[in-house]
Design a protein. Structure first.
Length: 531
């Protein structure tokens, strides 16, 4: 689809100059301000309460982490200075580095971090898994954090550093003591930016100013590790849902960056000398169809298997990602293109979709035609398209699908509801996970099968949990690859999730900007320069 600047410039200018968007007076010069459009709206300012990546984008601006993953997928100290393990590998001691302050001017302390670790671990799958092996998390002195384990836990640093949501962000003790099931509203961080709440307009624009007191590390930036050196004075995240308005705004120089440009417009952007395209996420993203285990019909494994056999990944992928160079079908439980890709128990993938088999499984489940509530996010294109396609696929095999449209923020709120679907709950929603997180059965919260303690959908399976434990204890890659086959074989039997494909899409930015970091989990705005 060809977009002309003349046709859409007026629309882009109107959206970006709307009365609801307040600009600072005085404001930083244009070459010190980044105006960006990400993949959606920010559903909450609490990046621990939700796994939504937009909340992680907000979190990475205003908060910091004890550890960060670098581009070699290796945890590196971030807020931590000196650290070490005891000889028996049961005690991890971490000392905060110099110069860490909250934006209220007070020092970051170990008490803040201990409370933050506990709150994060209550919400995060990797944190929950780790804390089952932790005897206590405590302080040594005002700058020393001590984690004592009941047994060796070799992936503790990976858990603290991971890029899957929620990140282990550090907050003041005051906020971190908030009930993990309740959202934090006060925004006081120690990260490279400060949220400008006066100029932020929720749903329209989110304004972040450089934190003048932030002391970055000295190492080069690498994914979310290393020095978070900020070269601009302000970042403005604009919520512009319409893809064509996004493209026109980028071409006009009204915005500097698009996280997920419309793939229909890629040839046009490639031909524009003022635009650059680059890889956004090395392993791409995996589409997840999440089924609610708590209520019929998906509390019955046969109904879940029916969905597995009904979904045609090619239909979902082609509808949004158009060009096969941007997508691939995938039957691997732990992400295609990783050392853990395998073909165990993938008959549904190699021989499916098989609608008659799906119908038979649905009949065997005892399904009686009750309404199945499918939440459709209307402001994220791939979710909108795939929800429509999924509704057609499932109706074709006998499900009585009732699609409920809402924006992504609404989905994020409703998916947390455990009540029956006819009382404000749900049966199905669609989402995605970055390929790196999805490749690790501990990192991705949605890989847990711990029932109501786990992630939305609340799957429960004892064998799955034993295999996740075995993964942690595995001494080498070969052992983990063997466990990956067992995990996958079991997963495609009890069906915690159904995948609708894997994709990699580029980010687009103006040629007068540089230093963008391709990383899973969030969009870093440090290291970026604008001329």
């Amino acid at each position: 689809m060809k977009t002309t600047r003349r046709a859409l410039m007026g629309g882009a200018a109107a959206v970006l100059a709307a009365p609801g968007i307040v600009r600072s007076q005085p404001r930083p010069p244009a070459n010190r301000t980044l105006r960006v459009i990400l993949h959606g709206d920010i559903p909450t300012y609490d990046p621990i309460w939700t796994t939504a990546n937009m909340a992680a984008n907000h979190g990475a601006l205003v908060y910091d982490t004890l550890w960060g993953i670098d581009e070699k997928v290796t945890p590196q100290p971030q807020m931590v200075g000196r650290w070490g393990w005891s000889d028996d590998k049961l005690t991890l001691t971490m000392e905060l580095r110099d110069g860490l302050k909250w934006t209220d001017g007070t020092d970051v302390t170990s008490r803040d971090c201990v409370a933050s670790i506990r709150r994060w671990a209550a919400r995060d799958g990797a944190g929950q898994h780790m804390m089952q092996r932790v005897r206590e998390v405590t302080t040594g002195d005002a700058r020393t954090i001590i984690v004592k384990f009941r047994e060796p836990y070799g992936i503790a640093l990976d858990a603290f550093a991971k890029t899957s949501t929620p990140f282990c962000f550090m907050m003041r003790e005051k906020e971190a003591l908030t009930d993990p099931m309740q959202k934090i509203e006060t925004i006081v961080g120690s990260g490279p930016f400060i949220m400008n709440e006066r100029e932020t307009r929720a749903g329209t624009q989110y304004v972040y100013d450089r934190n003048p007191n932030y002391v970055p590390r000295s190492e080069p930036a690498s994914w979310i590790a290393g020095g978070k050196v900020v070269h601009v004075d302000r970042v403005i995240i604009l919520n512009v849902p319409d893809p064509q308005t996004q493209i026109a705004a980028l071409q006009a120089g009204e915005v500097d960056f698009l996280e997920t440009p419309s793939l229909d417009n890629i040839p046009e952007l490639e031909a524009d000398r003022n635009i650059r395209l680059a890889e956004r996420n090395p392993l791409g993203d995996v589409g997840w169809i999440r089924l609610n285990f708590l209520h019929p019909p998906f509390n019955n494994v046969k109904a879940r298997q029916a969905v597995l056999w009904a979904v045609n990944q090619e239909n979902h992928l082609k509808a949004t990602f158009v060009d096969p160079r941007f997508y691939r079908k995938c039957g691997a439980y732990l992400t295609c293109g990783t050392p853990f890709e395998n073909d165990a128990n993938t008959e549904w993938f190699t021989k499916g979709p098989d609608l008659e088999r799906a119908r038979q499984l649905l009949r065997e489940s005892g399904y009686k035609g009750e309404p199945v509530i499918l939440l459709q996010a209307t402001n994220i294109l791939y979710m909108t398209n795939s929800a429509q396609i999924l509704a057609q696929e499932l109706r074709a095999v006998g499900f009585n699908i009732q699609m409920v449209p809402m924006d992504w923020s609404g989905v994020v709120q409703r998916r947390a509801v455990k009540a029956p679907p006819d009382q404000g709950g749900w049966n199905i929603f669609l989402t995605s996970a970055d390929g790196l997180s999805s490749s690790n059965p501990i990192w991705a919260a949605a890989h847990a099968a711990t029932g109501e303690r786990g992630w939305f959908g609340w799957p429960s399976d004892e064998k799955h949990e034993r295999l996740r434990d075995a993964w942690v204890a595995a001494p080498d890659l070969a052992t983990r690859q063997k466990i990956a086959r067992e995990l996958q074989a079991n997963a495609w039997d009890f069906v915690p999730t159904v995948y609708y494909g894997q994709w990699k899409r580029p980010m687009a930015f103006r040629s007068n900007t540089s230093g963008w970091i391709a990383t899973p989990g969030c969009v870093p705005f440090w290291n970026v320069r604008k001329t």
